[in-house]
Design a protein around this ligand. Structure first.
Ligand SMILES: *Cc1c(COP(=O)(O)O)cnc(C)c1O
Length: 359
């Protein structure tokens, strides 16, 4: 098989070695003569997987026993509702930073439970920047932010300092760089962008926020249910958790600092070319550009039809997944952790070829 440069936005690229280990576990797990897919989630072999995955999350983000790590289901889309339910205090009032499509969906879920103050929004400019310098009402139960806006290619590089608890949808940039994870009370992330396969959602929750909601929460949506049962209240998605655990091992062995540097180098290579190349223009404000999702359009005055020529050149070079989200159009290069710098360099070469042939 010739090498495919996989820029898919999600589900997305994972380390090759993880695919090899995961396929082995499907055939024969730990030499048991059984597949990972046919053993009890309560067997000692699977419990070891869950324990290791949870421990790796804490180790990579330098978190102690004051945090609970859970691997649940429902995607980040259920996380919008679950985080709101669990963080709702007596005021039933929350603050949201509206930075894109996913943030808007989070707002919608919170509004079904209480009052929502949108402290900032970049809807006025098709979400091409991150609002800054906003005030958060002191009586809010929490502030919710989206660290990386997958569709619009913006990312928070400096998290707001706030007195109220901080909740973050980190679906598309979890483990992409070193951060101070202790500033968050809740982090949640669908696994399928930067951590593993679709099917599990990671929750990292400060212990003192569990079981404190003012709401009567349905059993399955209550952090307490899952924290007390070590994410095994019901059958967990064993395969998705196993593969996530393998990716977490890969992250640990590479080191988050080095992963962050490589991601910065990839993003720098792409954005340098977008800014240099007369055929393209970037869509996100420069200081808010995402190191995970680089969004760009054909430059003004160019006929939309020649965009297809660019995609054709990409296809010839084995570049996959570059078409932008339908709400933005153009192109989006997702550069998640497992994407090598070499793939970005290949894309940059194709951008240059496109300019020389069609410019
Ligand atoms: C993809 C994505 C979601 C939705 O995740 P699901 O797991 O599909 O529900 C939410 N937030 C962000 C930032 C995303 O990138």
């Amino acid at each position: 098989m010739s090498k495919v440069h996989n820029f898919s936005a999600g589900p997305s690229i994972l380390p090759q070695e993880v695919f090899q280990q995961a396929s082995q576990a499907v055939l024969d797990f730990n030499g048991l003569g059984l597949s990972l897919l046919e053993i009890s989630h309560r067997s000692k072999d699977f419990i070891a997987v869950m324990d290791e995955a949870q421990a790796l999350v804490k180790e990579i983000y330098n978190l102690g026993d004051d945090y609970e790590v859970m691997f649940l289901q429902g995607g980040a889309s259920l996380g919008f509702l679950m985080s709101a339910y669990n963080m709702m205090g007596a005021n039933k009032k929350s603050a949201y930073l509206t930075t894109g499509t996913w943030a808007k969906k989070a707002v919608k879920e919170a509004k079904s439970l209480g009052e929502v103050v949108e402290v900032g929004s970049s809807a006025d400019a098709n979400f091409n920047y991150i609002p800054k310098g906003f005030a958060v009402p002191a009586d809010s139960d929490y502030l919710h932010v989206t660290s990386n806006n997958t569709i619009f290619g913006t990312q928070i590089h400096d998290f707001p300092k706030t007195e109220v608890p901080l909740v973050c949808d980190m679906s598309s940039d979890i483990f992409c760089r070193e951060i101070d994870a202790k500033q968050f009370d809740v982090i949640y992330a669908g696994a399928q962008k930067n951590m593993g396969p679709a099917g599990t959602t990671l929750y990292i929750v400060k212990n003192d926020k569990i079981g404190k909601s003012s709401m009567k929460i349905p059993t399955m949506l209550d952090f307490k249910t899952h924290a007390e049962k070590e994410s095994m209240f019901n059958t967990p998605p064993v395969f998705a958790i196993y593969v996530s655990m393998l990716v977490l091992r890969w992250i640990k062995s590479n080191g988050l600092a080095k992963i962050g540097q490589t991601n910065a180098a990839k993003a720098n290579a792409l954005y340098t070319e977008i800014d240099r190349n007369a055929m393209f223009k970037g869509t996100a404000a420069k200081e808010d550009r995402s190191i995970m999702n680089g969004c760009f359009l054909l430059n003004e005055g160019l006929d939309e039809a020649i965009g297809q020529n660019f995609l054709d050149l990409c296809k010839e070079a084995n570049i996959n997944g570059l078409k932008g989200h339908r709400s933005v159009g153009g192109f989006r290069a997702s550069m998640y952790n497992a994407l090598p710098l070499e793939s970005v360099e290949t894309l940059v070469d194709v951008m240059k070829t496109f300019e020389s042939k069609f410019g």
